[in-house]
Design a protein around this ligand. Structure first.
Ligand code: PEP
Ligand code: MG
Length: 577
């Protein structure tokens, strides 16, 4: 009997195939007390397990074919780095010695402590990094317990299979892809989990967050995965299979046609030139951006540079990184966003002992934190300025909410420039400085901000969160997360108009810009600059080249007047036909 299961569509695409169920679950960890004479041997056993896990990961990394996107190797590098971190390597040894207990127990205690810190984080990206801790800890536990059965080594081949797992490590995902897996389905994980990020990057259709569906699936059941809708059809009839296979072929044809768009100019069919840039997180994303013909980088998130390390990078390290990324833009502008960390998402060593607040998203994050911590902010400002000497670099400030903050930032930039002058260090005096508009207060006052800045960029991920007052990572209120909410649309419109009146460019770099369903709506609002994930770029480009701005404008005005959300969605569909 056919039935459907509903999760989160994490990577678009359709797959039809037989399911292969891989379960690993949490390892049962033994716990026992040691005699004094056994303690040092236990420490030695623990160290050996760490070395073994490191060797396992190294071997997996070596097996990644050279044509794999480099950010995948970076994920594995992150795990290798974690295996060097004292929180994993030293803290359990202290526990073994102090508590006189076995290594598995000590590692589990330390894992629970680390995970609870990550779980308290409000930022979805950082919160999902707790998965990394679990992946690394499991690798060590398996060595300790001689249960060396990572998913990637089980069964050998995933050719043509849809894998259902509780969760997958980056290494599992890479190997499965090279063994020919056609889709991934997981019980856990959200749209920002590693499985989701990797699946998108590798273009494997994926549905995640299908809680408690294990009992409904049997090995070799036929499944249809619809990664666009987050739907899994179990035991479909022949007609359904034929329908989805046809859809699959259509999608493939569309992708092939789109690849040709790489070199085409981004011009609407009524002659409006649009700027289409890429969002970049890891330097490796730049390769993907170049491959799809992005016209520079509209958002480079610098947070990753500060992660997985004991102390923040110093000015010189940041200067090297920004110079490299700036040069990789090959003459197109690269927009470097200043740090977007917050009280909830501390990176080791930035603010030890900072108190947890009840509303971290409304607390000391992004530019607020940077202004409070000049020792953190100044090296970044100086590094960005110095990088601007070598290639077109723009600086972008996140989370601005008052003009006072902007004045403070501009003062700091001025004083950094003076310092660099005194030191004889070159920088681009005309380096554009812009801000993200992602707080309703900033959108409402966008005209005031626009007077002081060279460009604006709308961050819809946060703008939607703050406008509708819904936590963007809280599943319980996810149903309210609506880019088409009239309040959101009005704020976007106000920001675009403020830019037009002041004569400065306005871009959008939130996820809404990369969702091709909204491209025409945004064109109709007058948006001329989009910054999107490289994987979405050609799809958005295609819609742009097939759109007429004048026509989109009429539709947009209608969408903005409609009150009922279902009617708005229907109009949007009509607009996209
Ligand atoms: C946004 O808020 O839309 C944005 C692009 O920033 P981030 O997702 O990094 O908060
Ligand atoms: Mg944001």
């Amino acid at each position: 009997m056919t039935f459907s299961l509903h999760g989160i569509g994490a990577s678009k695409g359709i797959a039809v195939g037989k399911v292969h169920i891989v379960t690993r679950g949490l390892l049962e960890v033994p716990e026992y007390t040691l005699k004094k004479s056994e303690i040092e041997a236990e420490v030695k056993r623990f160290r050996k397990a760490i070395a073994g896990a490191r060797a396992d990961l190294g071997a997996i990394k070596d097996r990644i074919p050279p044509d794999t996107a480099t950010d995948i190797a970076a994920f594995i590098d992150t795990h290798l780095l974690m295996l060097d971190d004292s929180a994993i390597t030293k803290a359990p040894i202290k526990l073994i010695r102090e508590e006189k207990r076995n290594a598995e127990w000590a590692l589990k205690v330390q894992r629970d402590a680390l995970v609870s810190v990550f779980e308290a984080m409000q930022d979805s990206y950082l919160r999902t990094r707790k998965d990394d801790i679990d992946h690394v800890v499991t690798a060590v536990q398996m060595r300790l317990m001689h249960t060396d059965t990572p998913i990637s080594h089980v069964d050998g081949s995933f050719a043509g299979k849809i894998v259902f797992a509780d969760d997958l490590t980056p290494a599992d995902t890479v190997l499965m892809q090279h063994q020919g897996v056609v889709a991934l389905v997981t019980e856990f994980g959200g749209p920002n989990s590693h499985t989701a990020i990797l699946a998108r990057s590798l273009r494997i259709p994926a549905v995640v967050g299908l809680h408690n569906v294990g009992p409904y699936l049997r090995e070799n059941d036929t499944l249809i995965i619809d990664g666009r809708q987050g739907v899994v059809l179990v035991d479909p009839d022949e007609q359904m299979v034929r329908h989805y296979e046809k859809l699959q072929r259509q999608i493939e044809r569309i992708h092939t046609a789109r690849r040709k768009l790489r070199y085409a100019p981004t011009i609407t069919s009524d002659g409006e030139t649009i700027v289409l840039q890429a969002n970049v997180e890891l330097p490796a994303d730049l390769d993907a951006a170049v491959q799809v013909g992005a016209q520079g980088v509209g958002l480079y998130r610098t947070e990753y540079l500060f992660m997985n390390r004991a102390a923040p990078p110093d000015e010189d390290e940041q200067y090297q990184a920004y110079t490299e990324i700036g040069r990789a833009g090959e003459g197109s502008p690269v927009t470097i966003r200043t740090l977007d960390l917050g009280a909830d998402k501390q990176v080791d060593g930035t603010r030890p002992g900072a108190p947890m607040t009840s509303n971290p998203a409304l607390g000391l994050r992004a530019v607020r934190l940077c202004l409070k911590e000049p020792a953190l902010f100044r090296p970044q400002l100086r590094a960005i300025l110095r990088a601007s000497a070598h290639s077109p670099v723009r600086m972008m400030i996140p989370m601005l909410s008052t003009t006072g903050e902007l004045a403070q930032v501009l003062d700091l930039v001025k004083s950094c420039r003076q310092e660099l002058d005194n030191e004889g260090q070159p920088y681009d005096e005309a380096m554009p400085i812009g801000a993200m508009i992602e707080v309703p207060a900033a959108a409402i006052c966008a005209d005031i901000f626009a007077r002081e800045l060279d460009f604006l960029s709308i961050g819809t991920n946060d703008l939607i969160q703050y406008t509708i007052a819904i936590d963007r990572v809280d599943d319980e209120v996810n149903y309210l997360y609506d880019p088409l909410h009239p309040a959101v649309l009005r704020l976007i419109q106000m920001t675009i108009l403020a830019g037009e009146k002041t004569g400065i460019p306005v871009a959008m770099c939130g996820e809404m810009a990369g969702d091709a369903r909204y491209t025409r709506l945004l064109l109709g609002m007058g948006l001329k600059e989009f910054s999107v994930h490289p994987n979405s770029l050609l799809e958005v480009k295609q819609v742009i080249t097939e759109s007429r701005v004048a026509e989109s404008r009429k539709f947009t005005q209608r969408v903005m007047r409609v009150i009922k959300s279902t009617a708005r969605s229907a109009l949007l569909e009509e607009m996209n036909r």
